[in-house]
Design a protein around this ligand. Structure first.
Ligand SMILES: [Fe+2]
Length: 252
C-alpha cells in the first residue's frame, strides 16, 4: 500500500511526503521547512524533489531552506517560473514527471491561480490538487474566472473514482457546513458527524477520493439538474451555477 506521510504546516496547511524503499523522497507544497525536516529525520529520508502545485507562499515557503539543506530539485509550472522560488524543472499540461517507476501526469488546472497544476500518479492512484480541489470544496478564484475553474474541476472529476485526493488545506468540516446550509442531505450530515469526530481527535480528513467528492462536493456538481433546480437556477449554465455557488461560499 502506498503510504503518504501527511505533514501539518502553518495553521491548516498540509505538505505530503512520498518515499521509495531506498529512503529517497519528494515533498509536495512545503509551506515551511521545519515540520517537513522533522518528518524526514524521523523516517530517515533523503529529500530529492519538491513539487509545487502553485506559487502561493503557504505552498512554497519552505522551498529555499529545504533546497539549501538537501540540494533537492524543485518542480513547478512553466507558467510560474518567475513566481516559484528556486524552480529547477518546469512542467506543462500533459508532461510526465517521474519518480522511480511512478509517473506523474501534469494537469493544468487554472482558476485559483493561473499557473496552478495537479500531479496525478495513476500507478499510485492519487492526485495532489493543491488549492484547486479541496475535500467538499474548492479554492477561491484569485486569478481566474468561474469558467476557467469549472473546466479545471471537471478535468479532476474525470479521474478514476478510486483516486485519492491530497489537497492543500484542512477545510473539510467548514466546507461540509457550507454544503449543509445550501444543499442539505442525510449523507452530508453523517459526513459532518464523522468530520467533527476527526476534528476532536486532531486527525486529518485527508485523503478523500474522486468518487466521494463526485457524490458530495457541490463544486463538482454545477451541472447536476437536481442541485441546479434546488438552488432556483433552472436553465443556467454549469459555469453560471458554479460561479453562483463560489460567490455564496466567499461570503459564508
Ligand atoms: Fe493558494
Amino acid at each position: 500500500m502506498t503510504e503518504i506521510l501527511i505533514v501539518k504546516c502553518l495553521s491548516d496547511n498540509y505538505a505530503y511526503i512520498y518515499s521509495n524503499k531506498n529512503g529517497d523522497a519528494f515533498v509536495v507544497d512545503p509551506s515551511e521547512a521545519g515540520p517537513v525536516i522533522d518528518v524526514l529525520n524521523k523516517h530517515r529520508l533523503n529529500l530529492k524533489f519538491i513539487l509545487n502545485t502553485h506559487h502561493h507562499f503557504d505552498h512554497v515557503g519552505g522551498n529555499f531552506e529545504l533546497k539549501e539543506k538537501y540540494k533537492c530539485k524543485i518542480v513547478g509550472s512553466k507558467k510560474d517560473f518567475e513566481r516559484i522560488p528556486g524552480i529547477d524543472i518546469q512542467v506543462s499540461e500533459g508532461d510526465i514527471w517521474s519518480f522511480d517507476e511512478h509517473n506523474a501526469q501534469i494537469i493544468e488546472i487554472p482558476g485559483h491561480t493561473t499557473g496552478h497544476i495537479a500531479f496525478y500518479f495513476e500507478s499510485l492512484k492519487l492526485v495532489f490538487t493543491g488549492d484547486t480541489l479541496f475535500s467538499l470544496g474548492c479554492g477561491r478564484l484569485f486569478e481566474g474566472s468561474p469558467e476557467m475553474m469549472w473546466k479545471s474541476l471537471t478535468k479532476l472529476r474525470d479521474l478514476p473514482d478510486e483516486t485519492k485526493i491530497y489537497c492543500g488545506h484542512e477545510y473539510t468540516l467548514s466546507n461540509g457546513n457550507f454544503i449543509s446550509s445550501i444543499y442539505p442531505s442525510d449523507e452530508i450530515e453523517s459526513k459532518i458527524d464523522r468530520l467533527k469526530s476527526l476534528d476532536k481527535q486532531n486527525m486529518p480528513s485527508i485523503p478523500s477520493t474522486i468518487g466521494d467528492e463526485k457524490r458530495l462536493n457541490i463544486f463538482l456538481k454545477a451541472d447536476d439538474e437536481d442541485l441546479i433546480n434546488s438552488l432556483g437556477l433552472t436553465g443556467k449554465s454549469p459555469e453560471e451555477v458554479f460561479g453562483h455557488i463560489r460567490n455564496l461560499k466567499d461570503s459564508f
